[in-house]
Design a protein around this ligand. Structure first.
Ligand SMILES: [Fe+2]
Length: 151
């Protein structure tokens, strides 16, 4: 359903694209984090296992917030795994690759988190270049995402 919130069609399209890319990154990171949670081994297995569970719960919350932000714009979030893979900007961890040890798992996940922050910054710069309208709501939302991911 189209919404009339004072944003031009091209601004809505640009915001939707940015948010769907971010949604896709989150789904890939969710699966990666969950997979590491299942497969982590070693002396401190339990603390790593629980820590990664907290991480993927946080990602699920963010996924929900991003999709609902897209809906608030009257647009449709990607709902297909194939769509997430087409728009994702993070590297998956293939089943054919060796599993990292517990510390390496956290290093990889932390790098992905940093990559997402850089991508959000780049996306915010792109949205700022948009002419005619300014989607302040999405800009605030993306700024909040950066803040949350840096804590
Ligand atoms: Fe579990």
């Amino acid at each position: 359903m189209a919404v009339n919130i004072g944003l031009e069609e091209d601004m809505l399209e640009a915001s939707k694209t940015v948010l769907n890319n971010l949604l896709s990154d989150h789904f890939v990171l969710l699966v990666k984090t969950w997979n590491f949670h299942w497969n982590v081994q070693g002396a401190s297995f339990h603390s790593y296992h629980v820590f990664m569970e907290d991480l993927y719960h946080g990602l699920i919350e963010d996924i929900d917030a991003i999709a609902e932000r897209i809906r608030a714009l009257g647009e449709r979030p990607i709902g297909l795994l194939a769509g997430y893979l087409a728009h994702n900007r993070l590297k998956e961890h293939a089943d054919s690759e060796a599993l990292p040890d517990a510390r390496q798992m956290l290093t990889l996940l932390s790098r992905d988190n940093d990559t997402m922050i850089r991508e959000i910054r780049r996306d915010m710069e792109q949205l700022e270049k948009q002419e005619n309208t300014d989607d302040a709501g999405t800009a605030n939302f993306l700024g909040g995402m950066i803040e949350k991911k840096r804590k």
